[in-house]
Design a protein around this ligand. Sequence first.
Ligand SMILES: [Zn+2]
Length: 270
Amino acid sequence: MTLQTPTYALHQGTVPLLISIPHMGTALPAECTGGMSATAPLMQDTDWHLEQLYGFAATMGASVLQAKVSRYVIDLNRPPSGESLYPGQTTTGLCPTETFRGQPLYGEAQAPDPSQQADRLERYWWPYHHTLRAELDRLKALHGAVVLWEAHSIASELPRLFEGKLPDLNFGTADGKSCAPAIIDSVVAHAMDSRFSYVVNGRFKGGYITRQYGAPADNVHAIQLEMGQDLYMLEEPPFTYLEHKATSVQPLLQKMLLQALTSLARHTPL
Ligand SMILES: [Zn+2]
């Protein structure tokens, strides 16, 4: 079953795996564009085309939750309080005022004030999170345990955020707190066997969603995968999806997701 709302789409699957894609949205609702700069509509920090890259997941029986609203309106992977995910490091906030490259998203004194931010939380942030929680609960009730796969992608070089080129695959489990070691280790073993570079809990350790919902003791295992966008698309406008590159990483993604399900079944007490 697929549920469509103005803020997200949810495909409900049959296996204990939910793929959440909070940064793929490209909608800039009219009530949010007042005061935005000419940079905002380029939406260059979008996690482009992940719905296409993970297109095989629905046929595996996975549930897929896809955001529709741009992260420039409100970032679904930041805490509602607006606290920094990476204190002391450069990062973007709940209602970002600049791009990853430091370009302003609003004109002078045009950034959303606290009441506008509260309105965005209500309209766009909470609906995604209520649905995510409900779908995790549904799958857990059916299967006893569930894997939450946070699907992300980012430009592979962003000097303002990290030095040099990012590894191809950046796994985050909140420094081991969001997923049982046996599950993440078995997933990473496939990356180790591949030609792609990878790191676990490096620069990206999992954002708010991974940290908030990952609860191994409560049988919810959350893994964030931040991928370099050069693996499957043009990193510069027009951000074209590159089929020939995508098809070389998709088999690995599929193997890792299947592995997560196999390890979850082994790990979960009957
Ligand atoms: Zn992302």
